[in-house]
Design a protein around this ligand. Structure first.
Ligand SMILES: Cc1cc2nc3c(=O)[nH]c(=O)nc-3n(C[C@H](O)[C@H](O)[C@H](O)COP(=O)(O)OP(=O)(O)OC[C@H]3O[C@@H](n4cnc5c(N)ncnc54)[C@H](O)[C@@H]3O)c2cc1C
Length: 439
């Protein structure tokens, strides 16, 4: 291949890979996306079960996921139609309720904290003081620590931790508070709570996660001369002088630049044979992972929860989502169990029966579900520990970049983290000195 010929490949059609592909396509650079699965979306993908559209796990976006929301619109989505948008609220059934009034940020949050039900006056003041202090520090800690340590230093008592900070941390970082990075939690709080009120909104998608972005992105990429190949996994990456060869079951192909946007486990496997990338592989292999389990329960259509989304206190099911209210799927309830815990030792049937028992105890739902489906994502996200060393998007091979929620960035493993990493790869590839830009 001559050095001026630019051919670009993206390995992985999840949110990171598709974000990179959309950004490059938008700048007139056609790309080829290789996706090993039959469908796009990766860890945020639609699943069809019993003729019902589910996701591989119930997801939620925040208003501050600006890059993700922008890209969804860029490929033809409509944020107003595609999501149920709720102002910031945390409901732990019968235990705790925090609702932000429609006031400018951060006043909305302070009033929400001071008015929270289920906390003593002292606890409410302590939570509001803590938020004000974080604001004064510009949400930046002199050195990272666990969330447990940060909360102890700022006198947040056990009740406040159980009802407010722990559910928030697990929802944002999918990591237990005694292992979670306080700085990364503050990064999310800074963006969600301290800018505009809309940034703290919670967005629950009405369509599945493959349809929401990656499928639309594929059409966008193909309209601009690119290709999106599903069921076409890359088995091997071979680095040559001046180009990179990708080997799939269908044959070998040569590219000037490659973005590897798979999950961390696959990235380590694909990069391992490339001698120059040994330290990157070591960094990826050092990451620990955390699970997320989602129990979908299809009840008769009349069954409803009091809110579209609400939490349970000291139960196995942490968050419940009423898909009837969110996505027009009456009677379908999703119970989410994030991060590690004893529930990992239970069978899927035991988990589902526990969720059914909890729905009965908490809401008096006596009807039996018609069916249930448990989706266990055992390596859902990396464990977001303090001072975690995450591999950068640039590697020792200038023609090979890395995208993915686990790569360097100030967000935890989220859709926004994945999308930002993909955009960063596109930016690096679009720099004037890249051969991509030479005639
Ligand atoms: C159950 C669950 C719930 C979650 N909830 C939330 C939430 O509420 N909010 C939020 O923001 N985030 C949430 N996340 C995290 C979010 O889904 C991920 O951070 C994000 O989807 C990661 O995207 P990615 O593109 O980095 O990686 P992936 O989604 O893993 O994409 C990698 C892609 O590469 C493909 N691939 C793998 N090997 C190959 C190969 N050899 N060749 C070609 N392709 C290959 C895979 O099939 C996949 O499509 C959740 C994750 C899970 C699992």
């Amino acid at each position: 291949m001559k050095s001026h010929e630019a051919r670009l490949a993206i390995i992985g059609g999840g949110y990171a890979g598709m974000a990179a592909a959309v950004e490059l396509s938008a700048r007139g650079i056609p790309v080829t996306v290789f996706e090993s699965a039959k469908q796009l979306g990766g860890r945020a993908r639609g699943v069809l079960y019993n003729n019902t559209r589910l996701d591989n796990g119930q997801h939620i976006l925040l208003g501050c996921y600006r890059d993700t929301l922008r890209l969804i619109e860029q490929v033809g989505g409509n944020i107003g139609r595609d999501f149920l948008r709720l102002p910031l609220q945390l409901e732990l059934h019968r235990e705790f309720s925090l609702r932000a009034p429609r006031l400018p940020a951060p006043l909305h949050l302070l009033i929400a904290l001071l008015g929270a039900q289920g906390l003593s006056i002292g606890e409410r003041i302590s939570a509001a003081r803590f938020m004000l202090m974080l604001r004064r520090m510009d949400f930046h800690l002199p050195h990272d620590m666990t969330v447990t340590e940060l909360l102890a230093r700022h006198h947040q008592d056990d009740d406040l931790i159980f009802k407010l900070w722990e559910p928030l941390c697990i929802a944002a970082l999918n990591t237990p508070i005694h292992k979670a990075s306080a700085q990364v939690l503050l990064n999310v709080l800074r963006d969600a709570l301290n800018r505009t009120r809309a940034d703290s909104d919670m967005l629950l998608p009405r369509l599945d996660f493959s349809a929401l972005f990656p499928q639309r992105a594929a059409a966008y990429i193909e309209q601009r001369g690119g290709k999106v190949l599903t069921s076409c996994g890359v088995d091997k990456i071979v680095a040559h002088d001046g180009h990179i060869e990708l080997i799939t079951a269908q044959g070998a192909d040569i590219f000037s630049h490659v973005v590897c946007a798979t999950s961390p486990g696959t990235a380590a496997r694909l990069l391992k044979p490339v001698a120059q990338l040994a330290s990157t592989v070591a960094q990826i292999e050092a990451l620990e992972h955390q699970p997320i389990y989602t129990v979908y329960l299809q009840y008769p259509a009349h069954v409803k929860l009091p809110h579209a989304m609400l939490g349970l206190h000291r139960r196995i099911s942490q968050w419940l989502f009423d898909r009837g209210q969110i996505a027009g799927q009456p009677g379908l309830i999703a119970a989410v169990i994030s991060a590690e815990g004893l529930h990992q030792e239970w069978s899927q049937d035991e988990l589902a029966h526990q969720a059914i028992a909890e729905l009965h105890d908490e809401f008096g739902i006596g009807a039996a579900p018609h069916w249930f489906r448990v989706i266990a994502e055992k390596r859902a996200t990396f464990c977001c520990a303090p001072d975690l060393q995450r591999p950068g998007q640039q590697t020792a091979l200038p023609r090979l970049l890395l995208a993915g929620d686990y790569t360097a960035g100030d967000y935890p493993a989220t859709l926004e983290g994945a999308v930002r990493s993909g955009l960063q790869c596109a930016r690096l590839l679009l720099r004037p000195e890249q051969p991509l830009n030479r005639p």
